[in-house]
Ligand binder design. Structure first.
Ligand code: FMN
Length: 347
């Protein structure tokens, strides 16, 4: 049995605040595509593109990376067409914390020659606000909903997981473990023991698939992935952003309100590929891979390195229709590399 087809437990078969990624720069979906050409509609995904993650069937392997596509704001801007032509095969929420958060002081973004440093600081309405305001809207999307959560304390993650696990609208949970445990000072996802203890606490609380989002800011990422698998994670996702810094050109002081931030985009793609390759060698649960993906070819590289799904993040700020374009490009690449059965037989 491949990792992708492994049944889930229970045997089921800011991003930038309210800003829509790229909205205003380019209309969705007609201005999508690198050359401005409209990509084919996402629901035209060929049948051979369908994939399964932990028992959840998806029409293609491209999802959004947490915090980089605001589906609620996008729906306000683009209307129902966003729902009928949703660019991703599942929607991953930005990180939800137990208490509401304002996020970091501005400035929150620094543009790199090939990517971004963000210091958004996880602004969100908190769990209660999410359940009351966001969940009903996100449940109307035509794709499964994966909710990304983070706690500053194991008990916070326990609350987040147990409350969201009771909601039928939620298909799976992604645990963002890039945060220090206030009790120990250790970043939960940087230490295999911390990661295992977190999973030990939350695994018994839910039958929904648990995806552990690994931090690349760890000395031994495969060891953390293995600890997550052994403690019952259904999948891992990687990479989150790498810690980076920019200085104000005039004052020489840190530019970002949060002092440091997370580096993403094309600059991190080679790192993502290496980390996915190393994690694939360590675990056999599915991998959701991300980091600098801006084309179907990049997505195929991560799938070849062992990913089941690929998430698109920073690229959606440049091209809000990137998800459907990359899904179409990936399907074309896959058909070229290994023609689907019908075509082979027909030949
Ligand atoms: C503006 C911005 C906001 C992000 N917010 C979150 C978040 O809320 N939760 C999370 O787990 N990752 C967050 N990320 C990290 C992305 O999900 C992704 O792991 C990372 O950006 C690498 O992918 P990319 O290079 O395609 O952007 C954010 C990234 C960016 C650029």
């Amino acid at each position: 049995m491949t990792a992708a087809s492994r049944p889930a437990r229970g045997d089921r078969g800011d991003g930038a605040g309210d800003r829509v990624a790229g909205a205003g720069d380019r209309g969705y979906p007609h201005g999508g595509g690198r050359d401005g050409a409209s990509p084919p509609p996402a629901d035209a995904s060929p049948a051979h593109a369908a994939v399964e993650l932990c028992g959840i069937r998806l029409r293609h392997p491209i999802v959004n990376a947490s915090g980089t596509f605001d589906a609620i704001a996008a729906r306000r801007v683009f209307g129902d067409e966003l729902v009928t032509r949703f660019p991703f095969s599942a929607f991953v929420s930005k990180t939800v914390t137990l208490a509401p958060r304002q996020g970091n002081a501005p400035p929150r973004l620094w543009e790199l020659p090939a990517g971004l440093i963000n210091s958004i600081g996880l602004p969100n309405r908190g769990l209660d606000g999410y359940i009351e305001h966001d969940l009903p809207e996100l449940a109307r999307l035509p794709v499964p909903l994966i909710v990304n959560v983070m706690g500053f304390h194991r008990d916070e993650v326990v609350r987040l997981v147990s409350e969201l696990s009771a909601r039928d609208e939620v298909a799976a949970l992604e645990l963002n473990v890039s945060c220090p445990n206030v009790e120990t000072g250790l970043v939960m996802g940087a230490d295999p023991g911390e990661t295992a203890r977190l999973l030990d606490a939350v695994r018994p609380l839910t039958d929904k698939p648990l995806i552990v989002k690994l931090t690349p800011n760890a000395s031994d990422v495969p060891a953390v992935a293995l600890a997550a698998q052994r403690a019952g994670a259904d999948a891992v996702s990687l990479i989150n952003t790498l810690r980076g810094m920019a200085l104000h050109p005039a004052t020489g002081r840190p530019w970002l309100g949060g002092r440091t931030g997370g580096v993403s985009g094309p600059s991190v793609r080679a790192i993502a590929l290496a980390q996915v390759d190393a994690v694939r060698a360590a675990v056999d649960i599915p991998i959701v891979a991300m980091g600098g993906v801006s084309s179907g070819r990049h997505a195929l590289d991560l799938i070849r390195a062992g990913a089941t799904l690929v998430a698109v993040g920073t690229e959606s700020f440049r091209d809000p229709a990137a998800g459907e374009r990359i899904a179409a490009e990936l399907a074309a690449e896959q058909a070229r590399v290994a023609p689907p059965r019908g075509r082979r037989d027909a030949g």
